[in-house]
Structure formats: C-alpha cells, structure tokens
Design a protein around this ligand. Structure first.
Ligand SMILES: C[S@@+](CC[C@H](N)C(=O)[O-])C[C@H]1O[C@@H](n2cnc3c(N)ncnc32)[C@H](O)[C@@H]1O
Ligand SMILES: *[C@@H]1O[C@H](CO)[C@@H](O)[C@H](O)[C@H]1NC(C)=O
Length: 644
C-alpha cells in the first residue's frame, strides 16, 4: 500500500529557559521535536580569566528535566554560537576549545540525536573546529552532527548593486565541501540547509541533492500569506521541497510566529511534503530501497527464487512491450511470407491432398524460442501476440532453472498444451530439433550485458533461421559521473569476512539512486546486437568516455543504465532521459571509485571502461585518467566477476 510519509518538522528556539515549556509548546502545535541551545546564551563560560570564571553553580539545566527517551528523540542540541576555536587570539581559541568540548561531552551524556552549529566561511575559518568535531565523533559520539549551511552566501546582499563582484562570491557549498573533506566524508556529519529568500540557480540546488542533507531550515520570514491568511511558500520554495521529496529529510522552523497560529506552518509543510510524494508504480515498488546497495543478480550462475520471479512479473510495462514487439515481428514475418508465396504454393501443390485449413496452417506457422523462460510470462506474451495476429506459433520454452521448469510444465498441462514445448536445459548446450523464426529472451541486467545476455544468446543463435530475428535485437549501456556522499559511505561501510576493504570499491552495485547529483549527462558505452553475425565473436569491449564538469563538485563514482531495442521501434529503457514510464524491473547500477575526486567547473572527466571475458567469467574494469589519474579498479576481476 502506498503511504504518504508524514513530515517530520522541528521547532527552533533561540533560547529555552524552560525546556519543558518549549517542548509543550512544540508538541501542542504538532511539531515533532525541538531545536534548543545546549547552554543558555547567558551562560558564556570563561575558563582562563574574566568574571564568569568564578561563577558558581551548574552551567546549564539538569538532565533530570526529561526522561532519556525524550532526550534521545525530541531534542536537537545547538552549540553556543560564540565559539571560535579558530580565533587568532590564543586566549579566545583556548576558551572556545574548552567550552566546545564541554558541550560536546554534555550532548553525548544527554544522548541527543544530533547537535548543530552554523558554518560562517570556508575551512580557513574552521580548521580547528572541524578537527575537534571529527575527533569527538571518531572517539566517543553517538550523535549526528548537522552542519548548518546557508543556501546563499550572506555576503551576496551587500553586492546586489555590484554585479561584477557577485561572481567571485564563494558558494556556501564550498564551505561545507571543505569542512566534510577535512572530516573524511564522515557519515555522521550531515547538512542542515538554511533556506534563503532568494534561491540559487537550479543546478546549484541540484548539487545539494548529492549531499547528506538531513534537514531544511525554514525561517518564518520566508512564508507569505495566502488569501485566507495562512502561511504558504512561494513557487520557488515549493519546487525546492519537491526536489528533496524522495530523500530522507526533516524540517526545522525558525523565527518568530508571524501568523495566527504557529501550528499553521507545520500543517502547511506537512501538506506540501505529502502532496509532492510521487506514488507511481516505480516509487511504490522502490520504497524502502532508496540508496540501498544490492549485489547484482547472477541468474546464470545462481537460480532465482520464486519470490524474485514474482516481483519481476508484476512489472506493468516490460511484458506489454515484449508482447508488442513479438506481435510486430510475427506480423512482419507473415508479410514477408506472402511475398514468397509463389514458391510456397508450388510446394503445397506438390502435396495436393492437404486440406484447406492445414494449408493455412503451414503457410503461417512460426517457431518462437523463448530462452530463459523463467516462470513463463514471456511465453504468455508470445501466445497472446500470436492470437492477436491470428497466426499460429509453436513455442519452445527453454529454462535452465529446474524449479522454474516445474511451473512451466504445470502451465503446459493446465493451459498451453501442445502449443508450448518445455525444454529443461542451458540454452548454450541445447540441441534444438528445428530452427526458430523468433528468438525471445530477457537476460538483461541494469547495465544491459551484465547478466551475460551476449554470451547466452551467442550460444543459441545457431538455431535461428537466416532471416530470423532476436528480441531484443540490441542493447546499450550508459554511464554518467555522480556525486553521492551517501553511496560513497555505504560502500565504505561494507564489511565482509575474507574480503579486503578495497574490494567493495571494485564491485558494481544495483541501487535505487536517490541521494545523488548527476555531474554530467549519461553517455552510451557498450552495445550488443543479436543475432551476432560477426565471423569471430568478441564480447570484450573497451571504451573511453569524456564528460565536462558543469560546476565544482565531488566525483564518487559512475551510475550505469541501459536501453534495449526489442524490435523496430519498441524499446525498453532505464536511461534517465528515455526511461520507460512505470517500468520498475531494473534499478540503476553504481560503479564506485576508491577515493572521492574534487572537481572544478570546466574540468574534464575521462573514464576508461573495459568488459573482459575469460572461459569462466566476465567482469568490468574501470579507471579514471582525468582530471587526475587513478588506478585500475577490479584488475583481472579480483574483486567482482559474473560467472559463466
Ligand atoms: C531475468 S529472468 C527472465 C525470466 C522471464 N522470461 C521473465 O521475463 O520474467 C532470466 C531467466 O533466464 C534463465 N537463464 C539464464 N541463463 C540461461 C541459460 N544459459 N539457459 C537457460 N536459461 C537461462 C534464468 O534462470 C532466468 O529464469
Ligand atoms: C493553535 O493550534 C493548535 C493545534 O490546532 C491548538 O491546540 C492551539 O490551541 C492553537 N493556539 C491558538 C493560540 O489558537
């Protein structure tokens, strides 16, 4: 069932002299959590000199105010804003460092889910802060760090009338990028984006989609009133929210209430969030799998399970497109036959005794071979196509998975009877009793050829008539460079016994990519055509692709897609620009790279891709040569192969 995810929105307080009151106010107005200073602003601490050094008593509220589950779920702790551990004045630097450590250790003690603070510039201003935070996170902390970053450089307003200088203004994304680079892309460190009144270019917004944005902070000043006096957001801000719809993010409302009731802001954000959730078949199918790494299936080496077949058979697009393609192929074939009819007629005349209906049968009789029939959905599509074309067909359903063969045999018994012959064997070893007019298969992976469709079809094409067709007739893989801190961390996190950590960066993953930014548009990589009429069949490939970087960003790997021509104009595609609407059988594939690469506007990315084959395996190797030269990933298939 499709459920609309409710919004999770917190209420920010610039001071919380009475925490229970704040929580009460937030919850009665429907907010889900609060964001409060860990220490009251008045309690600035001075450890080395000054009046506050002698201040007696506790420096903040007691943990007894709330039960620990409330601390764990309802409170985001803000660090004191005056900290400057990067101050050039030694005393200030020291004092900040001590006070900062005090608050970080308090946050750990309380068990708040996250702490947050604001970045005010790039790493030159924050090196020591970054070091302290990273240090703490690596050693003790369980909480997340939400780094607040404004969407627009606050200095921009000062430059409004001086256009030329505006261009040299650094995007706050650079502040974040340098900060998290210093912290080695630590996954507990995320972004809290402060939404600005004027939004940056859409390309710049898109870059945030490849970042671990944990929350969007909305100042109440961004809201305008609708006719009935309720707070609403401008079109541009609504579009912004929409872009983050498939991400796992929360909101924070900050600033004074400027409308009747502060709960109205929450209601509006909740309404927006729910209404932008897309509930198409792909989204419904993929819910819960966002950015989750899966190892690609190996249907050749392993046998698929009943459940896997069942999921794929629910695809609302794939089978209708196959049926359309098979129908067209049958119709085209019978047109061709009609042209060669004189010959057939003489043939038939030679056996004059045949009855009329039988003659008709001979004239339009087609052989379809379904290789890799699974539980038979494409057999059904073939029979339907033949029925619609009013043609007779004979179908061979070849399947190497003995368990799926049981299903096929049952279907023959119950429905298909002598129209379908089930063959239980590997198509590469099959000795077919006759030749086929149409060879139908679906052995495609997310990257087209990665489930070894080329090798399987080459093995069976000798049983295709000279003028026979293969459905699919061709397929092509695509790659594009992506920025995704999330996926980088997911790969980094993979740990497996007997596997070197690097191995995970040399493995392609099937993944429903969401938290990513496309650095450049996809380009085609490898193509395969069937039947393959080359004298020497060679399924190895090598290609070099070049991409131009549109804006400063970080390269974490390459996303992969495919499209396939089933027959003539009938196509299937998961390439984003031509994605078959509603088709969910394939998620994209992701090829990681071992180290993130910092990119500058105008840089050229040059990536080399190989498809390599041995007698036992097929595998990919990839290597970056620009803007910096990397090392070959997966040499000789040491970390990942696909078994033949
Ligand atoms: C992706 S599934 C497609 C199943 C079904 N045709 C469908 O579209 O739902 C591929 C099927 O091909 C079978 N298969 C793969 N390689 C094969 C081979 N060399 N010989 C016979 N069957 C093979 C697998 O066992 C699997 O059932
Ligand atoms: C605001 O709305 C909330 C929730 O609907 C309600 O409980 C509260 O009493 C309202 N506050 C005022 C001041 O009207």
């Amino acid at each position: 069932m499709a459920t609309h995810r409710p919004v999770s929105c917190g209420l920010d307080f610039c001071a919380a002299p009475n925490l229970n009151n704040c929580l009460h106010q937030a919850t009665t107005n429907k907010f889900d959590f609060v964001c409060v200073p860990l220490v009251h602003p008045n309690f600035k601490r001075e450890f080395f000199s000054g009046n506050a050094k002698e201040r007696p008593g506790p420096f903040t509220r007691s943990d007894m105010l709330l039960c620990s589950s409330d601390w764990n779920n309802l409170v985001i702790g803000k660090l004191s804003p005056y900290f400057n551990p990067d101050s050039k004045i030694p005393m200030l630097m020291k004092n900040s460092e001590t006070a900062l450590n005090q608050e970080l250790s308090l946050a750990a003690h309380l068990g708040v889910p996250a702490i947050t603070f604001k970045l005010k510039g790039n790493i030159q201003k924050h090196m020591n802060l970054a070091r302290i935070i990273y240090d703490k996170i690596m050693t003790t902390c369980i909480f997340q760090v939400w780094v607040q970053v404004p969407m627009e450089n606050p200095a921009k307003q000062a430059y409004t009338y001086r256009d030329d200088e505006e261009h040299s203004l650094e995007s706050p994304w650079e502040w974040w990028n340098s900060f998290r680079t210093v912290c080695d892309f630590e996954r507990k460190i995320g972004v809290a984006l402060i939404v600005s009144h004027d939004l940056p270019e859409s390309e710049e917004i898109d870059r945030w989609l490849g970042e671990p944005v944990k929350c969007l902070i909305f100042p109440t000043t961004l809201f305008i009133s609708n006719k009935r006096g309720y707070p609403v957001l401008s079109r541009a801000h609504q579009t912004l929210i929409k872009k983050f719809c498939s991400h796992d993010i929360q909101f924070i409302l900050t600033g004074a209430n400027r409308h009747q009731n502060i709960s109205n802001y929450h209601s509006y954000l909740d309404y927006l969030w729910k209404s932008c959730q897309i509930n198409g078949p792909v989204e419904k199918f993929a819910r819960g799998y966002e950015d989750y790494l899966q190892c690609p299936l190996q249907p050749l080496m392993d046998n698929l399970e009943s459940q896997t077949y069942e999921i794929f058979e629910k695809d609302p697009v794939k089978y209708t497109e196959y049926q359309r393609a098979i129908h067209m192929a049958i119709v085209d074939k019978s047109k061709k036959l009609r042209k060669t009819e004189p010959m057939l007629v003489t043939e038939i005349r030679a056996i004059k005794i045949l009855s009329k209906p039988l003659i008709k049968f001979i004239v339009s009789y087609s052989v379809i071979m379904l290789v890799g029939a699974g539980r038979g959905p494409l057999v059904r599509a073939s029979l339907n196509a033949a029925d619609h074309a009013h043609k007779n067909v004979k179908v061979y359903a070849v399947e190497k998975n003995p368990n799926a063969v049981i299903t096929l045999q049952a279907l023959v018994k119950e429905m298909w009877s002598n129209r379908v012959t089930v063959v239980s064997c590997d198509m590469r070893n099959w000795e077919a009793p006759e030749k086929a007019d149409i060879l139908v298969s679906e052995l495609l992976g997310s990257f087209g050829d990665n489930e070894l469709s080329p090798e399987c079809l080459d093995g069976v094409q000798k049983f295709l008539k000279d003028d026979g067709v293969s459905i699919p007739s061709s397929y092509t893989s695509y790659i594009s460079p992506v920025q995704s801190s999330k996926l980088y961390n997911e790969v980094k996190q993979c740990k497996e016994k007997d596997k070197h950590a690097i191995a995970h960066f040399e493995t392609p993953y099937v993944v429903h990519l969401q938290n990513k930014y496309d650095i450049a548009a996809p380009q085609s990589l490898f193509s395969f055509h069937h039947p393959n009429k080359d004298i020497v069949i060679d399924n190895t490939r090598y290609a070099v692709k070049k991409f131009t970087v549109r804006q400063n960003s970080v390269l974490h790997g390459f996303s992969g897609y495919f499209d396939a021509v089933l027959y003539d104009t009938v196509k299937l595609s998961i390439e984003p620009n031509s994605h078959s609407t509603g088709m969910f059988s394939w998620f994209p594939i992701f090829f990681p790279i071992k180290e993130p690469v910092q990119l500058k506007t105008g840089d050229e990315i040059e990536i080399h891709f190989w498809r390599r084959c041995s007698t036992k395996n097929v595998w990919y190797e990839w290597c970056l040569s620009k803007p910096i030269c990397g090392s070959v990933h997966n040499p000789n298939g040491r970390s990942s192969t696909i078994g033949l």
